[in-house]
Structures are given as C-alpha cells and as structure tokens.
Design a protein around this ligand. Structure first.
Ligand code: ATP
Length: 336
C-alpha cells in the first residue's frame, strides 16, 4: 500500500491516536449514513427492551468510512463492554476459541477484516454465532474427540471491505448487514467542522468545502487533509482559508477530485496503455504494481463512484469524463 495522503487506511500510531480523539461516541454524534444509523438504532433499542444481546451485525464498505467507530458505538449505546480483534489475528481455530471462551455475558466482539480469518476459525464461528457454543477438538487422528463448551451470549460485529469474499453460511448468520456508503460533500463538511473545532482551528466555510470535495467521500481522509491544511496555515499563511487549502493540497499532490498517485496511475494505464479498456482487474493491478485487492476494494469503488471508470463484463472501461479529466482524446467513441 502506498503512503499517500489519500490512502484510506490509517497510517501510523499518531494517526490512530488522533482518530481516537475524534471518534463520535454515539449514534447521534455520528455524521451521515442516516439509513444505517436508523437501522442500528432500531436493532439496539429492540434488544434493550427485551433485555437480550443484539443480533450479530456485519458492517460492509470501503476503509475509513466509520466501521470501527460504529462497532464502538454499538457497545457504548448498548452499555456493554467491547472486545476488539481482527481476521488476520485469528489464524487458527484455537485463537478464536481463546477469545470466545473469555467473553463476559453480553460483550460486543468486534472482528475487523473478518474476511481474512482462517477457514477453520470461520467454521467454529458458525456454531458460536448460532448457539453460543463451540466444539473444542482434543487429540489428533482416530483418538480425537470434541468437547462442547457453552459460551456467554455475545453480539458479534464483523467489519469487511469485501463482503463478497465471506462464505454464505457466515454471511447468513448476521442478523443485519449495514452497507456503508461514501459520504456526500455536505456530510464531510460536517465531519471537518467538528474536527476543526476539536483542533481549535479557525477555518472558513469555503475552505472546509474545498477540503470536503477532495476527500474521496471518506472521513478518515478528510480529517487527514485538514491536519495538513492546519500545518500549512501555521507555517505559511497564518490563516486556514481557501488559498491555504489549495496550496497545501497542491503541495501534497491531491487534485480537485481527490485523485492521488495510485488513482492516476490506474487511470493512465486504462487510458493510454489499454486505449480506454476494457482491461481486467488483475492485469491492471500488475501494470501499476499494486495488489488486486487494493485496486478492487479501495481504488476502483472510488473511481466508479466519481464516474471515471465503468465496470463491464469484459473489464474496466474509462468513461468520456475520464478522457476529459486527463485532457486526452479517445481514439474511438466512448460509452459514458
Ligand atoms: P478501517 O476499516 O480502515 O479501520 P473504518 O471504516 O473502521 O476504517 P474508522 O476507523 O471508524 O473507519 O473511521 C476513521 C476515522 O474517521 C475516525 O477516526 C473518525 O474520527 C472518522 N469518522 C468516520 N466516520 C465518521 C462519522 N460518520 N462522523 C464523524 N467522524 C467519522
């Protein structure tokens, strides 16, 4: 993964600490995603009325849109403790058994990147989610026996950038799947306004709107750009106004659509090397030297959303808008 300013994954400990301070603590404070908020509110309230654990929840969507934040809010709003884990940390069924058997009644278990969990652990999770029970295998070969173990009831909150990779039996065991969408510019302005207040940064509306427009619909990126603008104002202009935003973001190579180096490399490849496409995902990934997963879950959803690429059964195709944005002439008519 590149270390660009517009990478939607968190980049280092300092950023994680900053994000921790900025995280909304309740559904009411959480900006945007109004549909998902309403759905979660209903689910949590019903569980509270019946004094039971809430149904298992799957949060699906690109990185940086607030999945971890929502998992924390689920625990806070239902007044339950939260345990955090992640798919890559669960490489054996035993890793999962250790976590599950130590949960206290009603605990919320958050598993980030749940699609990256080991297959054997996935199978253990089916039973745990359904019956709050697991079978622990003892011994090997013909002498192996399984010992059933009852678990405390818990709510699983899984997060994934690739819900398509989850096996159906796992997906079906979530009572509710929330699909997080990219944020509108208005919503990002609200996120930024809140963050600017916490940073005690005096910034005008025009400047906030400009940052929002370059943030790829992603709160994490918006907050990161805001910090660079704050630095720029501190060092150069003394004010966080529109010229300061433009100068700061130009310095960091973030263009007016929020495209970064990797987006531009992908677009240049489709436009110039493959004459606008169609081009397959794996060919594209190899051409720009990036993992296919990153192209598919991070770069492509954004390029499709802003109308530079369309997906066809034969591969990815550049739209007419893409040719225009890069100031290039298509050698044959384009579809969009
Ligand atoms: P990843 O999958 O990479 O961990 P994520 O989807 O879990 O990303 P979060 O870590 O929850 O994203 O959010 C990133 C940052 O963006 C948080 O620090 C939070 O401050 C901010 N943020 C996300 N969503 C919102 C929101 N709706 N309102 C305000 N701030 C938000």
């Amino acid at each position: 993964m590149s270390d660009d300013l517009t990478t939607p994954q968190a980049q280092n400990e300092a950023e994680l600490a900053f994000e921790g301070a900025l995280r909304p603590k309740s559904l009411g404070e959480f900006v945007g995603q109004s549909k998902v908020r309403g759905q979660l509110q209903l689910l949590l309230t019903a569980a509270r009325i019946q004094e039971r654990t809430a149904d298992h929840i799957l949060l699906a969507g690109p990185p940086g849109l607030g999945k971890t934040t929502l998992a924390m809010i689920v625990a806070t709003e239902s007044d339950r403790p939260l345990r955090m884990s992640s798919g890559p940390a669960i490489q054996h069924a035993g890793d999962l058994a250790a976590v599950l058997s130590s949960l206290v009644p009603g605990e919320v278990l958050f598993i980030d990147e749940i699609h990256r969990m080991a297959r054997s652990a996935e199978e253990m999770l089916y039973l745990a989610m359904e019956d709050f029970r697991i079978d622990i295998m003892v011994g090997k070969g013909a002498g192996a026996t399984s010992i059933p173990l009852d678990l405390a009831p818990f709510t699983l909150v899984g997060a994934t950038t690739r819900s398509g990779l989850l096996p159906n039996p796992l997906r079906d065991r979530f009572g509710f799947t929330a699909h997080l969408e990219f944020y509108s510019d208005d919503e990002l302005e609200k996120v930024l306004d809140r963050a600017a207040g916490m940073l005690e940064l005096d910034i005008d509306r025009e400047a906030l709107a400009e940052i929002a427009g370059r943030s790829r619909g992603t709160p994490r990126i918006a907050n990161r750009l805001l910090r660079r603008v704050r630095d720029y104002a501190l060092v150069h202009t003394g004010r966080a106004d529109l010229p300061a935003v433009r100068a700061a973001l130009e310095l960091y190579d973030v263009d007016e659509l929020g495209l970064d180096r990797l987006d531009r490399a992908v677009m240049q490849t489709v436009l110039t090397r493959f004459d606008g496409g169609p081009v397959g995902l794996s060919t594209l990934a190899v051409s720009v030297g990036e993992e296919a997963e990153t192209i598919e879950s991070v770069v492509e959803p954004f390029l499709v959303r802003i109308g530079l690429i369309s997906r066809t059964p034969r591969g990815r195709v550049a739209t007419a808008q893409a040719w225009r944005h890069f100031g290039l002439e298509p050698s044959r008519p384009t579809g969009g």
